[in-house]
Design a protein around this ligand. Structure first.
Ligand code: GLA
Ligand code: ZN
Length: 681
């Protein structure tokens, strides 16, 4: 396993049931309100409080002044009420005195502007003052609370992200490059610097790629992909360095309590696979884009589960009702919160936490949804839904804790490929990596397959099907490991713009698709990129799929065509191919098919391995399986449709939420947004 390793099991905090609760910032309101908070928490089944996020200026009002009175009060009260605490280090928002005294802590943006004090999530990761003060505070918190009876887990910082382009970061980047490339010759070679006369003769000549240097028209337009790629990797590591420094400081005083930080799912700036080995367990904040199909958050859940080799993760934040930061912030409709929470559990969440338990009084999140609103009522719709869900999770008890997903389908997710694809000049700016990945993921999920979303370094030996959409960069021994999947009878599916370049974004000096050409049995010499409104018909059996954006022109080198283009000078040439390889197959999809087209191809691939699920014809019913440490099979049925639907149960089971026993063939009616948790007998 390389530095991207994900094979290690996550170490989750010990709990007796799914922790339920969320962000709680009572330092923002008077003490007498705290009594109400706890009374309402008990009514809602809230047992876990995320505490201390953004409390730096309260806890350390000046460099040499610490005041733990408020935090002591919050933790002691939680313990007295029998609640557990996920304790955050408050280092995601620096206090004003710190930024004033050490201006280096403020980031320099992509345009080269040094920022002044304001907002949050904007410390320079290379700042020595930030590093010293953040780790010192983490250490003091650990020293004080390591043995506190309420302490359940550590939550370092909050939503690490973004980037900085200051001189300290430039210096740190050069050090990082020395460690990665060793010698300047190797760096010049990796970055192809002979192009446009860029050969570096001194490390100090190297600048961070920004609007002032290699970029134009923003972060996606770079003259040197190799430079920009390395900066993304460096920034990932620089932010990770802040996390591990705080974690190490905690470990000095607390060797045991698991440490995490809240990630953001499918988030481009930070390669979470590089972070995974350093997290004790993964956790993330789920705020799906408006009108996203349910497979969008599902993909993010599965990506997060893949960080720790399939170990469960925590849902650290979701809104109980509405966000605040968007232009328009719709409510979650009745039932949507319950469905989204069970979806998280179905995909491997072993905690269900909200942002936030009580609404802030002022500033930019005062209208953000909360379990308890400004009026402190327990007779609101949202409170009632939260309390009902709390009761259901109580009923679930410990059953799902530690349960694993028995997926036989893997989808390769690769930040390097994401970055390389979206910073590429040519062939098309219209290809968005997460959209293509989601289309393949969605097809497999809606066909009823459980899917592990894994890094390219993952062990692939347990999978029958490996999906590798738009995997632009192919590094290390990946091609050999994919061939091994096919050799033992599995199926590997790759798409257009896969296997084009090496780890440095240098084109392979070979036929496309480079190291995957033998497995795919094809050769691609040309590709036609067209505007969004140009549609190519691609016939797949009864279906005529619509293809757009990029049309690769495929020559067969052993593969057989599954579908051909229907128009233009390449009409009749293959758009989808399959190639026998060992006992298995390599499938290649040479264009961006619409969802029905992707569905068709993926269902055919899954069918080869009998991996389409028993409810695959119920498009609105999502299924997910988890196997408990005791070997019990849990089947989650999640009905995303607006009308009731009836399914014939495929095996004898007990519905955990209703207690009803079901025999094979019995009808189970799912209400709109309904959920069933079946324990298969
Ligand atoms: C993020 C942050 C929280 C809060 C929420 C609002 O997830 O971690 O502090 O700002 O968004 O949706
Ligand atoms: Zn910086």
């Amino acid at each position: 396993m390389s530095e991207h390793g994900s094979g290690d099991d996550g170490r989750l905090p010990y709990t007796a049931k799914v922790p339920y609760g969320g962000d709680y910032n009572p330092e923002q309101w008077p003490r007498d309100v705290w009594d109400d908070d706890h009374r309402l928490f008990t009514r809602a089944g809230v047992d876990t409080l995320t505490v201390g996020v953004f409390s730096w200026s309260v806890t350390q009002p000046a460099e040499d002044v610490h005041d733990f009175t408020v935090l002591d009060g919050i933790l002691d009260r939680a313990a007295a009420e029998g609640r557990q605490v996920c304790l955050a280090t408050p280092t995601a928002a620096v206090p004003p005195w710190l930024a004033k005294k050490y201006p280096e802590v403020n980031r320099t943006d992509f345009e080269g502007r040094r920022h002044r004090y304001g907002q949050r999530h904007n410390f320079c990761p290379s700042s020595p003052a930030y590093r010293r003060l953040s780790t010192a505070l983490a250490a003091r918190l650990a020293e004080r609370y390591a043995r506190h009876p309420a302490l359940l887990a550590w939550h370092v910082n909050n939503e690490y992200g973004g980037s900085c382009y200051c001189d300290l970061c430039a210096e740190a980047f050069r050090d990082w490059l020395r460690a990665r490339h060793g010698a300047l010759d190797a760096l010049n070679d990796a970055w192809c610097t002979t192009f446009w006369s860029h050969r570096f003769t001194d490390w100090d000549e190297i600048e961070p790629p920004s609007a002032l240097t290699e970029h134009w028209r923003g972060p996606d337009h770079t003259a040197f992909q190799g430079v920009t790629l390395d900066y993304q990797r460096f920034m990932t590591d620089a932010l990770l360095g802040c996390f591990t420094a705080e974690k190490d400081a905690i470990r000095v005083h607390d060797p045991d309590t698991p440490v995490t930080t809240n990630l953001m799912g499918v988030y481009r700036p930070v390669d979470y696979h590089r972070w995974a080995p350093h997290l004790d367990f993964a956790s993330w904040d789920n705020y799906p884009p408006l009108d996203a199909p349910p497979t969008r958050p599902a993909l993010a859940h599965d990506l997060m589960r893949g960080l720790k080799g399939g170990a469960p993760f925590w849902l650290m934040e979701q809104t109980p009702s509405t966000t605040a930061c968007r232009d328009v912030n719709p409510l979650r409709r009745p039932g949507e919160l319950r469905l989204a929470t069970w979806q998280a559990v179905a995909h491997g969440a072993d905690a269900a936490l909200f942002f936030q338990l009580r609404a802030s009084r002022g500033a930019c999140e005062k209208y953000h949804g909360a379990v308890i609103g400004h009026a402190g009522r327990d007779d609101t719709r949202v409170f009632a839904e939260v309390a009902a869900l709390g009761a259901e999770l109580e009923r679930l008890g410990a059953l799902s804790l530690g349960a694993r997903t028995p997926a036989r389908t893997a989808l390769l997710f690769d930040w390097d490929s994401w970055w390389a694809l979206e910073i590429s000049d040519g062939p098309s700016r219209l290809i968005r990596y997460p959209d293509v990945v989601h289309a393949y993921y969605r097809a497999a999920r809606e066909a009823g397959a459980d899917v592990d979303v894994v890094p390219v370094t993952a062990d692939l030996t347990s999978y029958d099907v490996v999906l590798a959409p738009v995997l632009h960069l192919v590094e290390g021994d990946l091609a050999t490991r994919l061939e091994a999947v096919a050799r033992r009878g599995g199926t590997v599916l790759a798409t257009f713009l896969t296997a084009r370049c090496d780890a440095h974004d240098r084109a392979f000096l070979a036929d496309v698709p480079g190291p995957l050409a033998p497995l795919m049995g094809i050769r691609v010499d040309e590709w036609d990129a067209r505007p969004e409104d140009v549609v190519q018909p691609v016939r797949l059996g009864e279906l005529t799929a619509r293809a757009r954006f990029v049309f690769e022109i495929v020559r067969l080198r052993g593969a057989t065509p599954v579908a051909v283009y229907g128009a233009d000078f390449y009409a009749g040439s293959p758009a989808v191919t399959r190639n026998r390889f060992g006992g298995g197959e390599g499938w290649y999809v040479a264009t961006s098919l619409d969802q029905p087209g992707v569905d068709h191809v993926v269902r055919r691939v899954l069918a080869r391995h009998a991996l389409t699920g028993p409810y695959a014809d119920h498009r609105d019913v999502e299924t997910a399986t988890r196997v408990t440490p005791d070997g019990a099979h849990l089947l989650f049925l999640l009905h995303h449709g607006a009308k009731p639907t009836a399914v014939a149960v495929h095996a004898a089971a007990r519905d955990l939420l209703t207690g009803r026993r079901l025999d094979r063939g019995d009808t189970l009616v799912l209400a709109p947004l309904g959920v069933a948790v079946l324990v298969l007998q």
